[in-house]
Ligand binder design. Sequence first.
Ligand SMILES: [Ca+2]
Ligand SMILES: [Ca+2]
Ligand SMILES: [Ca+2]
Ligand SMILES: [Ca+2]
Length: 345
Amino acid sequence: MKTRLSLLSAVAAGAVTSLSAATGDVVMDGTVDAAYGAPLSIQNVQTQFGDSNLGQIGFANGSELDVAYGFIDEKGGYLRLFFAGNLESNFNKLEVFIDYKDGGQNTLRGDNPDVDFNGLNRMGAQGKAPGLTFDEGFFADFYVTTTCGGDPFSTFANTAQILTDGGGAGEYIGSGSAGPRGVLNGSNGTLIAYNNSNIRGVTGGTEAASGEGVTTGIEIALPLSLIADWGGGDLKVCVFINGGGHDFVSNQVLGGAGGGTGNLGEPRLVNFQAIFGDQFFVVPGLGGATCVGDLNDDSFVDAADLGILLGSWGSCPGCAADLNDDGFVDAADLGILLGAWGPCQ
Ligand SMILES: [Ca+2]
Ligand SMILES: [Ca+2]
Ligand SMILES: [Ca+2]
Ligand SMILES: [Ca+2]
């Protein structure tokens, strides 16, 4: 009996291994996989957008962002992101902004691609309203938004480039449902899986709290080909939950906005620089080869990097050569580069 049982479990284990290996050790199902590793950010405030208690993989009656995970899946060719929590099935929006290269927008412009009924531009500059502003040093380059609702339960998603000077490409990528059979298989290769069954995590309110321990939510696989010109460095991600018209920012942001923070409201007036801490988290890039001052990623800090730094001299917010992130490429950055001269350690 014992032999038969271990044979059976060996077969079962083999089946599971081959299944998950085919998708880079990650199963798209809205449940966090071991491959995601440790959390990159954990919610630190209760939700003011409802505390879901339905426990269904589709319908949810509240929205919260409890934990963020992410990694570069080189084998699968994806940037993988996982947001544990819930997205209320009333067409609330999960807004994901990625800063993965030089340039982009620190404050959202009003002339970005028209996606999701112009929802991206609903957050951008208009008239005297400046537009949603990210933390210092965060210059968004790409946008993913997903939403859910209806009966039967359905999910939808859009993506857009965020270019320094506006414009660019954006598109509606398709719809799906909940669980492993409902994966949204986007027209641009993006995969999105939902499991809305969490009834734990943070509760309703505005007090300090912890989203630790939640393992279900929204799972996104973004083809690396979509993040054009990514150089292999670290990626910053700002994620938050917004109202159904992209028109009312909740207090659910990662990195968390902190205890005592209520809903942030009008997106065009949201300024994450005015909120304590980083309202973004970092997904580590490839390898450990990136070192401070190695601007061309060849594992040496040398004349080639010096040339890049001198070529960016002056006011250059968001530039890679702005090594101390103060918006200027100047003698301070030159000093850092010279201090790191030689092979990366
Ligand atoms: Ca999964
Ligand atoms: Ca950028
Ligand atoms: Ca909860
Ligand atoms: Ca901040």
